[in-house]
Design a protein around this ligand. Sequence first.
Ligand SMILES: [Zn+2]
Length: 368
Amino acid sequence: MINPNMRFNIILLFLLVFNLSCSKRTKYNELDIQAADNNNTLNVIVLLGDGLGLGQITAAWYQKDYLHLQDFPYSGLVLTQSSNRFVTESAAANTAMMTGSKTNYGFLGIDPFENTLETLYEYTKKQDYKTGIITTSYMADATLAALFSHRKDRHQYEDIILDFYHNYPDFAVAGGQKHFDQRNDGRNLLDSLSQKGVGIFYSLSQMTTIDKLPALGMMHESLPPYLSDGRKDFLYQSSQKALDLFADKPFFLFIEGAHIDKAGHDTNIENQLKETLEFDKVAGLVLEYAKQHENTLVVVLSDHESGALTLLSGDNFEYTPNYAIDEHSGVMVPVFAYGPGAEEFTGIMDNTDIYFKIKNLIDHYLNR
Ligand SMILES: [Zn+2]
């Protein structure tokens, strides 16, 4: 008889071994990379649906009868477990996908022993990539914070924004202005960024006047509302703006649809559907861009599923949505990919493998 603790240790051991074997498998010389422009570096667009699982995708597909996600030629499944909990959250999950190391629940950009890890965002910055980060949440929220911050508490919002200030991208759009300009330390980091030459904008109409980098858009004082409560489609529009501003430079662009998760916590199917469909619209936008710029890899990710949403039998061809919980669940989540090396993102993989696959592809291009 295996007691629950022993069983958990066995699972962790399995994850570690699985993790190692997967990372070994994806050396760049084994990659079958599609034809791409000879002189181009690989552009990387990561689209992350926070809380996006197969229930959400199926419900969205049923609503529309079509999803842009269907046009991605490669897809696979991702194990999401953190190093100390079976059911993870955004900080540990995105740290795993952006650094290749599993970490503890709530940790940002550090391993379980609190060693600082280099994220793909930081790596591409060092390679002279243009970088962009966009979210429907506040800037200090865990998913984006896992790109630029290294801390063991995802809730230290003002400290996380200080990390942003020291490690900011060329283009960023989010909510959470109060963590910049209504701080306990009395500093106004928007003024400071402006003095460093960062163009700050506060609305979509102001964004249209921005014609150079770096630029930072503050779309809300704290957490932007749901689309159904009046949030503008800034996720889509600022993604388009980022692609325009990056022009022909190599870039790393990370876009998060954060409210799919929030609707899972609220167990609200209408909001989860609307937010998933908006996310899918952005997937269509970046896919179209990648089709026209063949040195662009698009990877659509999820950090974990939210709400344990299942679609139960309803009348005729209707379904009854059923949330098992107002928290995250531990099931695998899908990954979709398009572009050079996209065929790597198939089968079942660990979330840490996402890092190695993207990193190897970037390096393959840099070394060519
Ligand atoms: Zn959540």
